[in-house]
Write a protein that binds this ligand. Sequence first.
Ligand code: NIG
Ligand code: FE
Length: 401
Amino acid sequence: MSTLITNVGELVTNAAPGDEPGRGPGSFAALTGAALIIDDGRVAWTGPAGQAPAADEVVDCEGRAVLPGFVDSHAHLVFAGERSAEFAARMAGRPYRAGGIRSTVAATRAAPDEVLRANLARLTREMLVQGTTTLECKSGYGLTGPDEARAVALAAEVTPEVTFLGAHVVPPEYEGDRAGYLDLVCGPMLSACAPHARWVDVFCERGAFDADEAAAVLAAGRAAGLLPRVHANQLGPGPGVQVAVAAGAASADHCTYLSDADVDALASSGTVATLLPGVEFSTRQPYPDARRLLAAGVTVALATDCNPGSCFTSSMPLCVALAVREMRMTTQEAVWAATAGGARALRRTDVGHLGVGARADLILLDGPSHAYLAYRPGVPLVRAVWRAGQRVTAPVLDDGQ
Ligand code: NIG
Ligand code: FE
């Protein structure tokens, strides 16, 4: 079954026309007056609409824009409860502290599997209808061997990009015994989680884990076959980015407080800087300096960090709008970072672009250009989504086309 998506006002490909299969995302690139063929769940052809080959089914986009599906490379979706009171207090002047994580840990431990699974399903559905076709999902609200193993197993039901985050914070029962908790994380907890996970993450921050502790967690994860990524430099300056780069992490996430040495380290490494502007929006912190990173040649990704504490949005369109408005990224840079950048942060070459051979993950936007994501902030512009060539109809603005 093949599908011709035609009359596309702007087709954002992040790839050169006729790009060979498997080359992976390049830099922002778009075709106008374009068409795309989906065949067997993959992009089979892109080019001028007038030259498109025939297909079994035709979708006329009437001049609207088509983009690669968003790649949300940072989310914490396995949890129970909510923290709106903490958010309201923060907006009334109380600062964000990592300690709020513990209240979600208590609620998550107490929740039956079905509650966690239903919450996860609701959030992943929310993401999908807003255009997210690839998502990463972390554990980190269980913090016992069985609770973390349960979290990664549930996450693995919705995505292959599962991250073990036993090193989120030291749970209350290990207060005063950090070494004991680290032994658990790097020992039995890791063994229970590794079969379900691809990644290992650590919250390297004052109040969470220091440089040596973080490096130990990443090394143990690597020995168990997991690839490293790091929560780094979110709440203040610190060693997180250096730990991430030294470990060869795929991504250092947050990057809100960076020294020149941190920027240099990122620029001369394969570690992506994943910026999470929804967090700064929701915690009223200063935004990361995206322009400084881009000027230094760092690869920048955008992700939501969807979690019940520091940022409870599942919306990549919001993150794109914030990146443009608040972090002075161009609309092209922001869309690239939310698609191809996320793919780089997950070391994926099959998503984040629409080159020939890519997985057919597409967003049909209700607007003629990718810029509408920032130009019309807060508006549900994602009209339709295809994931691996299967259309997922957005409930909003669906006129049956
Ligand atoms: O990425 N930084 C650590 N973890 C989350 C916050 C989790 C929470 O507050 O519950 C984050 O911001
Ligand atoms: Fe996070």
